[in-house]
Design a protein around this ligand. Structure first.
Ligand code: F6P
Length: 366
């Protein structure tokens, strides 16, 4: 019986659980007699580069991967088959579409199907390639939890756990020094990490992109938390947050092929705005940054990632391409890629968790 070959890759920013998906795919494939799995290094770069960078994936290679953070395949959030960076003679860079060339190479390599594990940017690439006839299945990942067709992406719960533990630690130092602590967390345009960790960590203020803030409201909350001089206040701010009528804090990246604005700096900006508004307590800002993406996945993310891996491989076995696996409680379902990339999953300011947070006295600053 001729072996069929599925190629797996991880694209976009890494997140805890990627390895558990790879393990799920390989373990499920190994139950079939006619499928073998190869891994492509650094998203599609392994195919686009010469010499090709791929690795065989078998049960031995994936042993113990359920608990390992990062991705054994490597990843990148720059470039890709539709926008491959090429240096011009004057030193500037242009983006070149190499998708047709890549599809020809995949055919030459005997690749029958591809599983692309990645966030919204990666799934847009999956859609583009599916429209050109590639047999492709998507698996959603991101700590940001901002994909609309899945209740959760794996990696998110681990990031929330890391942020919650960070708040627990900040509380003791904040209380000892009577300080205001601002903790800046990731999430791009979505406030999910900030909202969940603010509730789990018992923060006083939660500032998210979906609810632009008025600094005076935050100042009032801080003053409530102090009895004259003594007290402390914990503020969680999402990196994509902005003041009412203002803009996000970030900068265009100078890294070749990086297409996003690099968000970051709102925590320190907010600290300065609070001082300007007359807050006289000490204010310190902690930026958790990439710590939120590191380390071992929590159990929820291991389970979700494993379910996604198994189901993605089953879609391949059944020839159901152009789909992305998704979690729609209590089921793992397949969603057409067109639908999967249509909208972002953002926090609803009128939603249940914002309501509960308000009930707990958490101030959103609006
Ligand atoms: O999308 C995941 C994410 O961690 C965002 O929360 C963050 O804004 C961005 O990636 C950081 O990207 P990089 O790893 O390129 O700094």
């Amino acid at each position: 019986m001729a072996l069929k070959r599925v190629m797996v890759l991880t694209g976009g920013g890494d997140c805890p659980g990627l390895n558990a998906v790879i393990r799920g795919i390989v373990k499920r494939a190994s139950q079939e007699k006619d499928w073998e799995v190869i891994g492509c290094i650094e998203s599609f770069n392994g195919v686009l580069r010469e010499p090709t960078e791929i690795m065989m994936l078998d049960e031995k290679t994936v042993e113990g991967l359920h608990m390992q953070g990062g991705t054994i395949l490597g990843t990148t959030n720059k470039g890709g088959p539709f926008a491959w960076p090429v240096k011009n003679s004057d030193g500037t860079w242009s983006a070149v579409d190499r998708s047709d060339e890549m599809l020809r190479k995949l055919q030459y390599m005997g690749v029958d199907a591809v599983i692309n594990i990645g966030g919204d940017g990666s799934q847009r690439i999956s859609l583009g390639l599916a429209q050109k006839g590639l047999n492709i299945v998507g698996v959603p990942k991101t700590i940001d939890n901002d994909l609309s067709s899945t209740d959760y992406t794996f990696g998110f719960q681990t990031a929330v756990q890391i942020c919650t533990e960070a708040i627990d630690k900040l509380v003791t130092t904040a209380a000892s020094h009577n300080r205001v602590f601002i903790m800046e967390v990731m999430g791009r345009d979505a406030g999910w990490i900030a909202l969940h960790s603010a509730v789990a960590g018992g923060a006083d203020v939660c500032i998210i992109p979906e609810i632009p803030y008025n600094v005076n409201r935050i100042k009032e909350k801080i003053e409530q938390r102090y009895n004259k001089r003594r007290g402390y206040c914990i503020i969680v701010v999402a990196e994509g947050a902005k003041p009412i009528g203002g803009d996000v804090v970030g900068a265009q990246s100078s890294e070749v092929g990086y297409q996003h604005i690099k968000l970051g700096g709102i925590g320190n900006q907010l600290a300065e705005e609070l001082r300007q508004a007359g807050v006289e307590h000490d204010i310190r800002c902690t930026i958790l940054g990439h710590l939120q993406r590191g380390g071992t996945p929590v159990a929820f993310d291991r389970i979700l990632a494993s379910e996604f891996g198994v189901r993605a491989m089953e879609l391949v076995i059944n020839g159901q391409f152009g789909q992305m696996v998704a979690y729609q409680h209590p089921d793992i379902v397949a969603v057409p890629l067109e639908e999967a990339v249509k909208a972002q999953n953002l926090v609803d300011p009128k939603g249940e968790l914002v309501h509960a947070a308000k009930g707990l006295g958490i101030e959103f600053g609006n």
